[in-house]
Design a protein around this ligand. Sequence first.
Ligand SMILES: [Zn+2]
Length: 468
Amino acid sequence: MKGDAQLESVTCHRQRSVIRKQVRSMFRFLAASILLLSVLPGLWAQRSQLKPPWNMYSPQTDVRLGKQNADLLARRLPLCNDPRVDSYLTQLGLKLVSKLPTRGVQYPWEFHCVNSKEINAFALPGGFVFVNRGAIEVADNEAQLAAVMAHELSHVALRHGTAQASKAQLAQGAAGIFGGLFGGSTGGALLTQGVALGAGGILLHYSRTDETQADVLGTQALYDTGYDPRAMAQFFEKLEGETRGKNPPQFLSDHPNPGNRVERVDEEIDKLGGPSANAKRDSTEFEAIKREVMALPVVKSPVSEVAIAPPPPSRNFTDYQASLYRLNYPENWKKYEEGGSTTFAPEGGIAPSGALAFGMIVSVSQVQLDATDANPLESATRQLIQNLQKTNAGLRVARDSGRVRLNGEPGLSTYLTNDSPAGGQETDWLITVLRPGGLLSFLCVAPSVAYPDYEKTFTAMFDTVRLK
Ligand SMILES: [Zn+2]
């Protein structure tokens, strides 16, 4: 059956040629695909996916903590108070935010300009962003300002602040730095203002891994909003270059250099498909805002935002004995004895002026009382408040005095308000008792925004008072 074999051979030849054609067209398709992918590497290389670090707090805690601290700071920091600048920062910030993954969480996003020449910008958990005029002035163009903001906003989206706090809490145990009086409560209540912002404040100090994540996510946000993503590394390089030989700004100690910043940002830009030719670098609006910021009056001695936010009171108390009384106070507070009074205050609780911002002053004062006075405690307390008003012009009685018992003795409880040396208003809780040696007064002091947290400590201290 040769003929058949020939026929078969022809058929085979035809089939082979069909197969060859198919293979050739498959190669052509592959070549075209590879060409296409090299033209559009954005499709080829996947952008880095970022996984937020482990966090024991809820996103709602981020918002609550951020809001508390932002309120405290907005009163304490010299703000630019320029609606055009704030609105510009808000527009720019929201544009970047719209490209950031927040895993379904709605953050309240607030943007403030701070009238400080120091090159700094920071974002509290929950999206409360503060940009110093110094950061706007040092930026060469809008892309660089967008870069530093995108970096900050990425820390918020990845919840790095409370992740750092989670790590610290795990390391220190439940009764550690956050324990204080709130040790038994749910995680959210554990963090107070002091923890957030005190020297080495946990919420604003990031790890090198956090830094790389914020660089990468920030680079993606810059790219997605049409800015030149190279501005991310440029801004950080510029900062390090400008501060060489000088004290590095707070910004660089809060955001430690992860080492290969430029390389990692460049790598991400490659994955995104390279910088686009028409990427936005500057705008006339930015130039106008920069000129406006540069013309703002300079605040002589801007209050350092971290100077007097103390660590939270310890839950462990230590004993103090005086001639008229004894009491226990948090063991991480110090006592200062002067004249007839003793001040109990945390590290950083006393302003450079010597005024108490956080803590308690116990004093004995001599009062002139009429033997016929039907209410000697009320009269003595009134005299004390009048004396205090001589050196505290802003001191006002906020709530009429009420009768209390202190260690079984009749006392008077009065709430006052005053200007806080920490900025804004403070709440003062005064308890007075008459003793044979004079009027014994316990004056508890904290900025009003922080007061609810401190009142628990003051109450616990009062429970330990023993009058002699
Ligand atoms: Zn950072």
